[in-house]
Design a protein around this ligand. Sequence first.
Ligand code: GTP
Ligand code: MG
Length: 195
Amino acid sequence: MASTPFDRFVAPTVTDTAKIVIAGAFGVGKTTFVGSVSEVEPVHMEETITGASAQVDDLTHAPEKCTTTVGIDFGRKHLGSDLVLYLFGTPGQARFRFLWEELIAGALGALVLVDPRKLDASHEVLTLLEENLVPYAVAVNEFDGAPRHPLGEIHQALALEGHTPLTVCDAREQTSCKHALIELVEYLVRLEQRP
Ligand SMILES: Nc1nc2c(ncn2[C@@H]2O[C@H](COP(=O)(O)OP(=O)(O)OP(=O)(O)O)[C@@H](O)[C@H]2O)c(=O)[nH]1
Ligand SMILES: [Mg+2]
């Protein structure tokens, strides 16, 4: 396979690579997640939020948020010595749905971040992944001050399949993000091994 610029500094022991999408509704912490967990300088495509979005984007829970993703987030993460994940964060605004569709093409799986204060906002992304047969795990991004619902209740509220993993994370914290990625990868391996 021809090498790409992204292959530089990948451990020589790596035998598997996977495209993983970090998906979720507007403002759930996707860009923060990719920036926290990536071992290379992440690529972010952010633009300042203007007054024009005031009627569209719910900033109630993130009054300090002043930018939004208008392209992709890109990062890379080794898991163990033999696997490297290429992480593609999606934009959250629904007007970028065409990009969600582009970004999930060829993905091995997706990690869907959700904000426990606005679970309903996640259904569009979950439905898109299901329609496109992209397996996913879900991680509740535990924002400061957000309610801590039992995971069973969130699983039910999101109408997840019984086998769909649901975990919690803090998108600002590298180890926490890594654990969420491990949950997803272990799930993908289980799916692969299914008879
Ligand atoms: N307290 C807390 N704040 C967070 C966390 N994750 C993200 N934030 C903040 O929440 C806001 C939204 O984070 P982003 O990473 O831009 O969210 P996003 O999902 O990429 O947003 P869009 O690309 O606009 O959809 C930012 O102000 C972050 O600083 C978290 O785990 N805890
Ligand atoms: Mg973003």
